[in-house]
Write a protein that binds this ligand. Sequence first.
Ligand code: CTP
Length: 230
Amino acid sequence: MPPSEPMPRLLITAGPTREPLDSVRFLSNRSSGRMGLALAAAGRALGWPTTLLLGPITTHHDPNAEPVRFETTADLSALLHEHWPGHDLLIMAAAVCDHRPARRHDGKLRREGATSLDLEPTEDVVASLDAITRPGQVRVGFALEPRDRMEQAARAKLERKHLDAIVANPLETMDSETVDAMLIDASGTTKAPTGQRKEIFARWLLDEIASRYSPGMVDTMPVQGLDADA
Ligand code: CTP
C-alpha cells in the first residue's frame, strides 16, 4: 500500500473464549492467542490504528497497547458489535467456543455421583456481523482443520460465514510458535512460506490483505440520487 494512502483501522480478536460451568470452572480450548498478538503487533508496526480484543490469556506484555478484554463468546460478540463500525479490517483469530453449558450453576458443582453436562451452541459471532458490515469493510477469518481436508473445509467456512478471506491452518498450529497456513478467497488459494514464526507470518498476512483488498479505501458515503428503496 503506497505510504500516501490512509491506513486501514485494524480490529483483531485473539485468544480463547471461556464458557462458565459454575463459579470456578469453565469450558475453553488450548489457544495461546499468539497469532492474534503477533497480528496486532504487526499492524502497529505498520502504523495502522489497531484495536485488540483479547481473551483470558496471561501472556500480554505490551503496556503501550492495552487490549480490550473478553471472557465469554457473548462478551466477544458485544465488543465486536461495538467496535466493528469504527474499523476497516477485522482479523478474527480468536478461538471461539462452539458450545457452552446450557446452564451455569451457582456456586460450585459437587462431586455427587454421576452427572452429565448439557451443552448448547454459541452464536456464530463473525457471521452475526453481516447486518452491520458496510461496503469496503473486510472480514478475514481463521480455520483450524486437519491437514488432509484443510483447504476444502476452510473454503466451506469462507462461504458459510460470508468472509472476504480465510486463513487455513493445520490443527498443530494451536499453541505452536510456527504456522503452515494458506490464505483462501474467491480468487484462489495462496500458500504462505512453510514453518514461519507467527510474528513473520503476521506481517506476510497483513501485506497480502492490504494489497488484495485495500480495506477502508472504498467510498462508503451514500450515493446521491438513488431511490431510497433501491
Ligand atoms: N467463529 C465465530 N463464532 C463462533 C465460532 C467461530 O466467530 N461461534 C469464527 C472464528 O473466530 C474463526 C472462524 O469463525 O475466525 C472459523 O472458526 P471455526 O471454529 O474453525 O469454525 P466453526 O464455526 O466452529 O465451524 P465448525 O463447527 O464447522 O468447525
